[in-house]
Design a protein. Structure first.
Length: 354
């Protein structure tokens, strides 16, 4: 059944060249000497794999370190296009509701973003990508980003993210640890989408070292149908990811879990198709319960009634587990129960009128 569903979805994209785009997004990068950051840069440059660095423009004392071989290597790599500098807030201070920007006035956000962008622009090429600290921002942030000439942003793919800008491209992170990348590629190898890996310095520990990253990049270079890009490269290639694509991908459902498509930003067509097919599956389940109600009414068998109650409970638990939304589970269970009850009442009414 899984293969049949996949063939249906694949046929909807038959005119699109299938490719997996991968973006590495390293958060909390600081412009100061750091052994791990230097090793990370050297590893990606050696493998010639692009990476987007979400750079914190200012430290707490507003000082930069822009001298020495470390900075020269970083700047040289950015000039080749292999490394992209993205703006990661101003100084990564917790100020508003859940982050540095959300809940702050428009003018204050404008001043902070403008200062950070001016500093980074003076050191590197013009910055076009914004990564909000703690993935927290609001509509004022989007307004300021538009006015300052940003072209895209990368936050997280969760419900409640503001999407009021029609000009910006939204490239949210889809996985949050390098260990998940290969499986995400394998699960989505025949789909045309973007896998965005967000990771930090603290992800390098006993379970994942720089040697593991080196081995991971080796595997990527050997894989067919995988292209590594930066956010800037996505914009230059006009890989569209507007608010409609974001919204289509944001709601996880039973079918997306079944297809393991949640670790990739799918095309709008694919994501909408999954949601429609998932809805049809739900309607089919409701019809099945309607038939159950008819059997209960016709045969007056208490075991059929017990079966309906058990299956309804099971379906409710499954839906809640996959959607992680109790309200939707309650609504879904209510609709199924109502369908079964309505079927039973209708059939009983017809029987009495005969």
């Amino acid at each position: 059944m899984k293969r049949c569903i996949f063939v249906i979805l694949l046929s909807l994209q038959c005119l699109i060249v299938q490719a997996v785009n991968v973006v590495f997004r390293f958060d909390d990068f600081r412009l100061c000497p750091d052994t791990l950051q230097e090793q990370l840069l050297e590893t990606f440059v050696r493998h010639k794999i692009p990476i987007s660095l979400a750079v914190i423009p200012c430290s707490e004392d507003k000082l930069f370190f822009t001298e020495g071989s470390y900075f020269a290597q970083l700047k040289g790599a950015t000039e080749t296009g292999l490394i992209e500098i993205a703006q990661h807030g101003l100084n990564h201070r917790f100020m508003g509701f859940g982050g540095e920007f959300a809940g702050i006035s428009f003018q204050r956000q404008m001043d902070m973003l403008s200062k950070g962008k001016h500093l980074l622009d003076s050191l590197f090429m013009p910055i076009i990508t914004f990564v909000p600290p703690w993935n927290s921002y609001d509509d004022n942030t989007l307004r300021a980003l538009e006015l300052l000439g940003f072209e895209c942003m990368s936050s997280c793919m969760t419900i409640g993210q503001p999407l009021s800008s029609a000009k910006l491209q939204y490239y949210p992170e889809t996985i949050d640890h390098p260990n998940k990348l290969i499986n995400a590629i394998k699960d989505n190898k025949n789909r045309n989408g973007i896998i965005i890996l967000m990771f930090h310095d603290y992800d390098f520990d006993d379970s994942f070292s720089m040697s593991d990253m080196d081995a991971l990049l080796n595997k990527l270079n050997d894989m067919d149908g995988v292209e590594c890009l930066t956010f800037k490269m996505l914009c230059e290639k006009r890989v569209k990811s507007d608010r409609f694509r974001f919204k289509a991908n944001i709601e996880i459902n039973l079918l997306s879990k079944f297809l393991k498509s949640g670790h990739m930003l799918q095309t709008t067509l694919f994501a909408v198709s999954v949601r429609i097919i998932n809805l049809l599956i739900y309607i089919f389940i409701v019809l099945v319960f309607f038939l159950f109600g008819w059997f209960v009414c016709k045969f007056r068998n208490k075991y059929f009634l017990l079966l309906i109650v058990c299956v309804m409970g099971l379906v409710g638990i499954v839906v809640w587990w996959h959607l992680l939304t109790p309200l939707k589970a309650v609504l879904f269970t209510f609709l199924i129960s109502f369908g079964a009850l309505l079927g039973a009442l209708l059939m009983n009414y017809k029987k009495k009128t005969k």
